[in-house]
Design a protein around this ligand. Sequence first.
Ligand code: OFO
Length: 165
Amino acid sequence: MLTPLMIEQLNEQINMEFFSSNLYLQMSAWCEDKGFEGAAKFMRTHANEEMGHMHRLFTYVSETGGMPLLGSITAPQAEFNSLLALFEYTYEHEQLITSKINALAHAAFTNQDYSTFNFLQWYVSEQHEEEKLFKSIVDKIRLIGEDGKALFFVDKDLAAMAAEG
Ligand code: OFO
């Protein structure tokens, strides 16, 4: 059985995952608009992954006797200065999500809610992967630069990453 405070905190995370999904879907529109088709596909795939994160939490809350509550979700940023700026934002955003997951895990542990603490371990390792993934893309763009030819290859790479899932 979840405490009312834990339910509230998990619900906040449900809404954060929704926001992540909307942010990445919106980013995919920017990429598409600027002709970065691979990046658009990659962001779209990632938006779906975020919905998966949301559903996993939603299911946990309702299976544990809580009531998932969907709040209003802030509109995501829609304009970016460059592909690098966009991916820098994804990396910063994932770091923010990691801090939220850590705070949740801390709250669960200190309240001796070991079931939730255990459930959150999946998110702890997922966040490690997410940060690693977005940092590698930022590093790649910084390394090869942002002229047209370089970005063409980055975009191809992102298309391949999206296809791998
Ligand atoms: Fe990108 O990990 Fe969920 O939000």
